[in-house]
Design a protein around this ligand. Structure first.
Ligand code: FES
Ligand SMILES: [Fe+2]
Length: 332
């Protein structure tokens, strides 16, 4: 009797859309740069969503994120200058205010009504400047459950750009198998699938257990939008907060920022700094553990098992997540 070839069961194709697919991007807060990169009265240019934007600050330090190309003849405003709270185009000196509207032409000609830049909703938080991909934010950037004035921060950008969309990195958070085997966290009790809290723009849950070296951890972790990982709680009995905002200069490329906060202990500045540095290094190590996987995977939701329940729900969250590109024709 001839052997009958076994036909493999096809993989389920539940992949969320890629960023930029059909010209659309997830409507989330995206970090554009470190807050310290743009001083008061300065303007700088950055890549965002496959196009160009500027970040400018007025004399009081208020930041604005605007499309970079001048509607007059397309100069890139990143080489412009701040004059009286407006960015002045290097080409013919038209000036644009923080709301993106042209306030004056260089020649004195009347300002055409269409002379406008796209003004992104802008926020400064966790030592970064953020733009929201939309005309109105769908959610606010979250706070830690600690008074902000009692916290000290260490903030930086990783010097490695990851060759995937931010949501691919976010998929680590609901991935219980990955948390256990790669990051070596032994959870107390059952996987917390049932305790995950879902909203249309976030997922959070509590993670309790021990690290490889036995240090106890008790965290709340979660994803906000498709670009903000937030973690806070106790490590070895001491509280810290961590945010990893993920920027999207172009489809399939993530810029990863790290912001760690610990409670200031004025009686022990060295101990405070040592803990801040230790947590920062720990988070860099976690990202370093992920890097070779992320660099080589052809990421797709395939054959999932019962440990992947929360991950499967997260794919659904991503598939249903609002997408738009209102700035598209301004930034390209
Ligand atoms: S291109 Fe900007 S003022 Fe002419
Ligand atoms: Fe990971």
């Amino acid at each position: 009797m001839n052997a009958v070839a076994e036909v493999p069961i096809p993989r389920r194709t539940l992949a969320p859309p890629k960023e930029g697919e059909d010209g659309l991007f997830t409507q989330s807060w995206y970090p554009i740069c470190l807050a310290e990169e743009v001083g008061s009265g300065e303007v700088k240019g950055f890549d965002f969503l496959g196009g160009r934007i500027i970040v400018m600050r007025d004399a009081d330090g208020r930041p604005s994120v605007l499309s970079a190309y001048c509607p007059h003849m397309g100069a890139d405003l990143c080489t412009g200058e701040m004059v009286d709270g407006a960015v002045r185009c290097p080409f013919h000196f038209w000036r644009y205010g923080p709301d993106g509207k042209c306030v004056a032409t260089g020649s004195g000609d009347p300002v055409p009504p269409t002379a406008k830049l796209f003004a992104f909703p802008t926020a400064e938080k966790y030592g970064c400047i953020f733009a929201f991909n939309g005309t109105e934010p769908l959610f606010e950037l979250p706070d830690f459950p600690k008074p902000p004035e009692g916290l000290v921060w260490k903030v930086g950008e990783w010097n490695i750009r990851m060759p995937v969309d931010p949501w691919v990195i976010c998929c680590n958070t609901p991935d219980m198998q990955h948390i256990r085997v790669v990051h070596g966290i032994e959870l107390d009790g059952e996987d917390p699938h049932k305790e995950v809290r879902w909203t249309p723009h976030s997922m959070t849950y509590n993670l309790k257990g021990a690290m490889r070296d036995g240090t106890r951890l008790d965290y709340e972790i979660g994803i906000h939008g498709t670009t903000i990982y937030v973690q806070h709680g106790e490590l070895g009995g001491r509280w810290f907060g961590f945010v990893a905002p993920m920027g999207l200069p172009q489809p399939g490329v993530t810029r990863l920022f790290f912001a760690v906060a610990v409670e200031d202990d004025p009686s022990d500045p060295e101990g405070t700094k040592a803990f801040l540095d230790a947590v920062y290094d720990l988070e860099i190590n976690v990202a370093t553990e992920d890097l070779p996987i992320v660099e080589h995977a052809r990421f797709k939701p395939g054959t999932l098992t019962k440990s992947d329940r929360t991950l499967a729900r997260f794919f659904q969250y991503l598939r249903e997540y609002p997408r738009a590109n209102p700035a598209g024709e301004f930034i390209n």
